[in-house]
Ligand binder design. Structure first.
Ligand code: G3P
Ligand code: CA
Length: 345
């Protein structure tokens, strides 16, 4: 098994870290939303079971559910008639046949924005495996064949109804993990996307800090707007590798996040670089935990992972147990579920 020197040091410090982790929940700052500590490690199905079926389609949601996800992610954008739909991008051409069906509806930048199409028009499209727009080839070779079978773009409501229906029929309680995409963009287009998403969530009973939901965004203004609107649902501040997020990973940045969010969702390379070397001695994880923030890094893919790990399972175990993240986003829910089960977690 791979054990780097920094990991051995981390393991030696485990008793200290355990004490710290016991302390961080009780030391969680007071904030207008949920302060409930996140105790169990979780598996978040990234764009549903996207490793096996076209991302964010209802069959992929059902599969993620059946594979044992604790939460299933929805990336949310709006149609022209203001309906929240589940699509990763603020354009449609990477995951649908919009260019073939509506060849003249792109903007001058060549993009086909969902907010330029009615829900009826979006429903006339076929959703497909993600396309690399530079090559027009599948973004991930070896995944579900491009163009095979038939899928459509779901609304947020349709996806919630599927998950809640399965919660009834199985007796489980799987959560949802919506990401508000392009908050600033949607406001520029005249849409209050936060209010629209909150209305759908409230309709389906997601109204309190205990609701089985996390709302995520890369935009602090979006999450702060949610709090200002009185939203008490758990919120997650996403942190990409882009330099514009550097201020968020400083002590002052984490202090600010802890005033409005319940956790962070950093890209994995904010924690370890692509060669498996810790970034700033894992200070992002420890700093978040010291402030009562859960840590849910993204994205774990067995077909796109750092070469320093001998297997995908080893990478997952390393992040869950050596580093101590509280959950993670993965395209391969079944493997993360198995890793947690084998560890008795
Ligand atoms: O939301 C966590 C992760 O999904 C962020 O990355 O680009 O897949 O939305 P992305
Ligand atoms: Ca996302």
């Amino acid at each position: 098994m791979r054990r780097l020197p920094h990991v051995r040091l981390l393991l030696a410090l485990t008793p200290v870290l355990v004490l710290l982790s016991l302390g961080w929940a009780s030391a969680a700052p007071s904030m207008p939303g949920s302060t409930a500590p996140i105790s169990a490690k979780i598996v978040i199905a990234h764009r549903s079971a996207s490793g096996y079926l076209p991302e964010h389609t209802l069959p992929a949601v059902a599969m993620a559910y059946a594979l044992g996800a604790d939460y299933i992610e929805q990336d949310v954008v709006l149609t022209r008639d203001g309906v929240p739909i589940v699509v990763h991008d603020i354009y449609l051409e990477a995951t649908t046949d919009v260019r073939q069906v509506f060849p003249n509806r792109g903007r001058l930048d060549g993009k086909y924005y969902p907010c330029d199409f009615t829900l009826a028009e979006v429903k006339s499209l076929r959703a497909c495996e993600r396309i690399d727009l530079k090559t027009n080839a599948p973004a991930f070779s070896g995944r579900f064949p491009l163009g095979a079978s038939k899928f459509e773009v779901p609304t947020l409501a349709e996806e919630i109804e599927l998950i809640q229906g399965l919660n009834v029929s199985t007796g489980r309680n799987v959560g949802i993990y919506p990401e508000i995409k392009g908050s600033g963009f949607h406001h520029q287009q005249g849409f209050d996307i936060e209010q629209i998403v909150l209305d759908v969530l409230a309709k389906y009973g997601y109204i309190s800090p205990e609701s089985k939901v996390f709302i995520q965004s890369f935009e602090p203004a979006c999450l702060k707007r949610l709090r200002a609107m009185g939203c008490t649902l758990p919120l997650i501040q996403l942190i990409s590798g882009s330099a514009e997020f550097n201020a968020l990973v400083t002590p002052a940045g984490l202090d600010d996040i802890a005033t409005y969010a319940n956790g962070i969702g950093p890209v994995t390379t904010r924690i370890e670089d692509s060669k498996g070397r810790p970034v700033d001695n894992y200070s992002l994880v420890s700093g978040a935990h010291q402030r009562g923030l859960a840590v849910h890094p993204y994205t774990f893919r067995k077909d796109s992972m750092p070469s320093c790990f001998s297997s995908f399972e080893e990478m997952l175990r390393h992040f869950y147990f050596d580093i101590g993240v509280d959950g993670l986003f993965t395209d391969f829910t079944d493997i993360a579920v198995r890793v947690l089960k084998e560890a008795g977690r």
